[in-house]
Structure formats: C-alpha cells, structure tokens
Design a protein around this ligand. Structure first.
Ligand code: ATP
Ligand code: MG
Length: 220
C-alpha cells in the first residue's frame, strides 16, 4: 500500500489527482477525486449507468485502455512506449485505488509541462508542429487507440534537443462497439478521424476561441 500521507498532488485533472510516487520519483500515482465517481454516475444518462460505478472510474478505464490489442503484448523495447507513459498497474493507496504509470519528466527532473502549457507559451511553432506530426505518425503506425486527443492529456519532453509528445491520459476508444479493434478498415478510419480531430483541436487552442470548442466541432 502506498502512503500518500500529507503529500500534495503535483497536478490534478477533472477526475484525478496526480502524485509523485513517494518511493519512486519516476512514477506517477493517480487517484480519483473524492466523490467524483458517484457524481459522474448520477449525471450520466440511464443506459450508461447500467454498467455500474466501474464505468466512471478513470483508473479502471485506463487499465482497459492499456489492455487493447496494440499494447497487450508490447515488450519493454516496443515502439509503443515512444509516445506513451508506461503502465505499472493498479495499487492501493491511503487515498484509494490508484493507477501507477511512468512520470514523464522535463530536463530538470520535474513533471513535464502539458501541450496546453506549451501552446500558451510558444504558440504552434515549428518544433511543436514537427512533434505533433511525429505523434500522428506514431498513432497511425502502432494502431494505438485513443479517445479524442486533448492538449492537456499530452505532455512535452525534450529528446535530442527537440520537443517530443507523450500521451498520459485518454487511451481507449470512443465508440460503443469494438469495431476498430476487430477490423482493419474500421481501425484505419478511426485513427484517421482521431488525427484529424487532434489537429482541429490544436488550431482551435491557438485561435482567439471566439467559437467554443463544441461549436467548432459542430461546424466541422
Ligand atoms: N504520467 C504523467 N507524467 C507527467 N505529468 C502527468 C502524468 N499524468 C498526469 N500528469 C499531469 O497531471 C494532469 C492530470 O492528469 P490526468 O489527465 O491523468 O487526470 P484526469 O483527471 O484523468 O484528466 P481529465 O481532466 O482529462 O479527465 C495532466 O494534465 C498532467 O499535467
Ligand atoms: Mg486528463
């Protein structure tokens, strides 16, 4: 059991708090925010509630995401880890069950900034455009399935002097049926759509945001 004691999260998302592992500074320990699972459950439409609370536990969803075909049999040297945090499993902590994964670090050994942070500071400059192109190519080549790719779910680390993107949240698929896992045609279609949507979101992110993201999506 990991004792998070009085530790403060180094970052928090809408659903989870992220801590640096107290015994292993290169691991990230994520626990659901208190009451969040019940809140999501209560807010969901009836048909989504049928599967019970587990459906709203991001750590269980993440575990399922790491069990997808493209990752199931990946060894330590597989190219899938080039742009994806490594997975160390679920563990109990003093703050509840946690997902333990690789903590992505910057050059100073601190948690790496998100793509959202990077875009706010530098805009869509040439180095990050190249990093996004690499990331898109990696998605296409490895067939890793993701939900919609959002700039706060990618972090930026430096590799040979150039920024490199690493996915730290949002694995899995956004469709009800596992067609992209079963059929080549659906896989190609699904990944192409995620990449197109990723670019749309990035361009929206650096725009004046006069239209909300929801409206922008509706127009496309
Ligand atoms: N493996 C990691 N390495 C470095 N930073 C991380 C890592 N995992 C998470 N973070 C940081 O913590 C933040 C929140 O993590 P995460 O996105 O997993 O939480 P979440 O609540 O599930 O997110 P969401 O709001 O997208 O539902 C990230 O935006 C990022 O800044
Ligand atoms: Mg997130």
């Amino acid at each position: 059991m990991i004792d998070l004691g009085e530790l403060k999260p180094f970052a928090s998302g809408g659903n989870r708090h992220c801590y640096r592992h107290p015994q292993d500074p290169e691991k990230c320990v994520k626990v659901m925010r208190t009451g969040r699972i019940e809140e999501l459950h209560a807010r969901a439409p009836w048909y989504k509630r049928l599967a019970g609370n587990d459906r709203f536990d991001d750590n269980l969803r993440e575990l399922a995401g790491y069990q997808q075909p493209a990752l199931r049999n990946a060894d330590d040297h597989s190219p899938v880890w080039r742009h994806l945090a490594r997975w160390y499993g679920l563990e109990e902590t003093s703050a509840g069950r946690a997902a333990v994964s690789q903590l992505i670090l910057d050059e100073n050994g601190n948690p790496a900034p998100t793509l959202e942070d990077y875009l706010q500071e530098h805009g869509l400059d040439a180095p990050i455009t190249a990093a996004l192109e690499h990331f898109a190519q990696w998605l296409w080549d490895t067939r890793v399935l993701t939900k919609n790719i959002l700039p706060h779910n990618l972090v930026v680390r430096m590799h040979d002097g150039a920024p490199e993107l690493v996915l730290i949240d949002g694995l899995g698929r956004a469709t009800l049926l596992p067609l992209p896992e079963w059929f080549e045609f659906f896989n190609r279609h699904y990944i192409r759509r995620r990449i197109q949507r990723m670019w749309r979101r990035i361009h929206w992110e650096v725009s004046d945001k006069s239209l909300s993201w929801k409206e922008t999506e509706r127009h496309s």
